[in-house]
Design a protein around this ligand. Sequence first.
Ligand SMILES: [Zn+2]
Length: 491
Amino acid sequence: MKKILLLLGGSVLLHTAVSAQTQPHYNRCGMQMYHAEMMAQDPTYAAKLAAQKNSLQAAADYYIQLKRSGELERTSSTVSAVPIIFHILVDSAQFNLLGGTAGIIQRCDSQIAVLNRDYNMQNPDSTKIPSLWKSLYGNVGIHFGLARVDPSGNCSPGYEIRIIPGSTTTDGGFSSINQVKGATNGLAAWDVSKYYNVWCTNFLGGLNGLLGITQPKSDGATSTKMGVVILFNTLGCTAQNGAVPPGTGGSAGWPYPYNLGRTLTHETGHFFEIWHPWGDDGGACPWSGGSDDGLTDTPPEADNIYGNPTYTVAGGTITDACLDSTAIDVQPIGIACLSYMDYTDDDAMYMFTTMQAAVMSSMALVPPGSAGTTSGTGSVGENYNLTQNPSLLIPCTTSSTAVAPSPTEINSSLSVYPNPTTGEINVSINSQAETLHTIAVFNLLGQQVAAVKGIAGKDYYSLNISGMSKGIYFVKFDFASGSVTRKVLLQ
Ligand SMILES: [Zn+2]
């Protein structure tokens, strides 16, 4: 930590082209420290990490090729939203700061909304993207929803809360990152092959001030450790759709300027295997012993950028110490400090680049073992299983029974079309073997947004959700003997 603080201090001196830089009170991300720790433990780790980074561009290229050819739609049409479970691990004072259970619910809902906007090119602050960068605005295409069913089949609100004594929240060392995921003073991970686990807690001691840290699959994270840990009060967003909702815990409940949910946007990038654009090398350039993130559309960058940089060139160019290598301009449009993967304030980051997005898409939206993924494409498909469990996203009101397997006969007799849709959802039922009670549409937050009433033995129904936000919805059919759920994409 001491070393890291020195490096951060050095970065301020290096970036003379960046103005309005603020001395950080927080450490945006623990990945650099984490990698240093792993390298100290494992002499082969540095080489593994370098090889993994070197495979990412091929993964991105492969995804783009699949997308262009239309092959992706043919091979992964069942992709659904990623179920998130928030493990809230706080002391009683922190619980109150979050606004209690009601505040936590609001934060979880707003955090899901932020992720879905940021990962689907729907973030309203994309208007800030400078003209030079607009063509690189990347769409990840991964959706997220609260986990509504736990690993035992019981109903879940998408979060769980454990109140612990403040002095034992974390012990300040890297062992504390594992501690929050354990049985003693922690909350155990849910099945990492089905759920995206996010722990929200405080960081003490040497980790004090840290906003987030991730253990992705590529780091060899075990089945009980894979996921993200964020500072508890960075969870959620103080503003949605331009409006400012009631504060949870008041303004003191938020670590400004990290109040727009971008801590989890950033860490989720690591979870899906993308890295800091400057390569975590302490300020060096790639051609002078430094490192890089392995992607072609993030220009070489010396070091991280904190604060809210002011663009000094029309169109949005900010350069740094890696500006000029042997008289070749390697930063013609500046550095990618506007990316979610840099260290700026939450309101100064508003895009993934095309290649950052494509790497993540390749991990979560492409089936593993697809043709072409066995050579030179790294770990394409490594998170695909997280997008294959739509039933975990459907709210239920009673334990176990609400997610009972659907009757095959009913399932095969239902048609829901068109899908994707621009608003109209038509339903036809070719069998009257079962009595249909209700048809309801839910969004990813588990909120019912539409329903068909007065159902009386008809075999055709029509709903319209064109007024809703674009994204994934679930159409749930309740029959006498069970439910059937279909996913619909509103475009
Ligand atoms: Zn990071």
